[in-house]
Design a protein around this ligand. Structure first.
Ligand SMILES: [Fe+2]
Length: 152
């Protein structure tokens, strides 16, 4: 494992975090209906968290002699809340995968501090994935409008 390979993986993460900033902000702007009262803030928090991660990863890329990317992956556009929730879960699961891969590389490279930095962020990504999964599960089990309309 060499530094260039690790830097390449860190920039892959940076690209993902910029995607999170843009995608979560777009959902923050666009979510509508009664659930806006809940999810607009939730999506803003997702954007803030991605920005915080981009700051940490960008700082580390520079410290290792690299240049943080300004690219991002595709933002999944939608105005449907259920799709926003599914896309948010998929985004966090993608982050878990990327950070897990980066941790394995940092371990092989022998950079313990980098491992710890990445592990701290991985915990937050995993928490995020689990939270979105719980939110999606609650809507699928019919706590909301679908079951109520059947009763009526
Ligand atoms: Fe993140």
């Amino acid at each position: 494992m060499d530094k260039a390979t690790v830097l390449s993986k860190l920039n892959e993460i940076q690209r993902w975090e910029w995607t999170g900033v843009a995608q979560y902000m777009q959902y923050h702007f666009l979510v509508r209906g009664p659930w806006r009262a809940v999810f607009s803030d939730e999506f803003k928090e997702g954007a803030d968290e991605s920005l915080g991660h981009a700051k940490k990863i960008g700082d580390k890329i520079v410290a290792l002699g690299g240049t943080p990317t300004l690219e991002r992956a595709e933002v999944k556009q939608t105005i449907q809340l259920d799709e926003m929730l599914q896309n948010s879960l998929a985004f966090e699961e993608g982050a878990v995968k990327l950070y897990s891969e980066a941790i394995a590389m940092a371990e092989e490279w022998g950079n313990k501090a980098l491992v710890i930095l990445l592990e701290d962020i991985l915990l937050e990504e995993q928490d995020g994935a689990e939270e979105w999964a719980k939110i999606i599960a609650s809507t699928e089990t019919g706590a909301g409008q679908k079951s109520a309309s059947k009763v009526g």
